[in-house]
Design a binder for this molecule. Structure first.
Ligand code: SF4
Length: 222
């Protein structure tokens, strides 16, 4: 396996820097606001698309504190779901999706969220990132690296990989990232992208891993 130089130190520094921040609700495996199950992880992921973490979190709690199974959600009128999840982005479409997915899970999977990426991808509105998040944080299975925009951008900036899209990134990382870091990669790099290695102008001056970064395609930074 091709290796990433200083990988142990990089993960150590990132964990230390990022422990002050709260994980997004989609990557929490426990908490007191809602019971975390594969189904609630899946629902939070649907709510999170194009929506800020804080808004996703509050909407997830309003919806899933009480209606945390497909059986319960299918009973709710779409308008009620809309009012519970507002103001997440595309709340009308998401309310519809939530009902559709709940029905499919009840009809085709005996009420259980499938524990299989290919089956998850058959659910309407579920893409590869969501499927991998459900496998990793919902089912707590190993061997998955969910890749969102941050997880795609940052390893390219660091100079670890040279990829064009999240799927290529997932495959490339699986070849060079030691498996012991797969489980931490998504939530660490999402937090890192939101707080320091920002999309347009990263905060390189306060980056804990600057000495290990090639800053590929970084044209301006702070
Ligand atoms: S040095 Fe800058 S570009 Fe590199 S990882 Fe840190 S914040 Fe991102």
């Amino acid at each position: 396996m091709q290796s990433i130089e200083h990988i142990d130190e990089i993960f150590r520094l990132l964990k230390k820097e990022l422990e002050q921040y709260r994980l997004p609700i989609v990557s929490r495996v426990e908490g007191k606001e809602i019971i975390h199950t594969p189904f609630t992880t899946l629902m939070s992921c649907i709510l999170s698309l194009r929506t800020k973490d804080e808004v996703t979190e509050l909407a997830s709690i309003r919806l899933l504190k009480k209606y945390n199974t497909p059986e319960k959600l299918i009973q709710l009128p779409e308008e009620k779901i809309q009012s519970l999840i507002y103001p997440v982005g595309f709340y009308r479409t998401k309310a519809k999706r939530i009902k559709e997915i709940s029905k499919t899970i009840l009809d085709n999977y005996s009420g259980e969220v499938p524990k299989n990426t290919d089956e998850l991808l058959k659910l309407k509105g579920v893409g590869r990132t969501t499927a991998n998040i459900v496998m990793e944080y919902g089912h707590k299975e190993q061997g998955f690296i969910p890749i969102d925009v941050h997880c795609h951008r940052i390893p390219n900036r660091l100079g670890w990989i040279k990829t064009e899209n999240p799927e290529q990134t997932e495959n490339a990382l699986k070849k060079i990232l030691p498996e012991k870091y797969w489980g931490d990669f998504n939530h660490l790099f999402v937090l890192f992208g939101k707080t320091i290695c920002a999309p347009v102008s990263p905060f390189c001056s306060r980056c804990p891993i600057q000495q290990y970064c090639k800053q590929i395609a970084v044209t301006k930074n702070r």
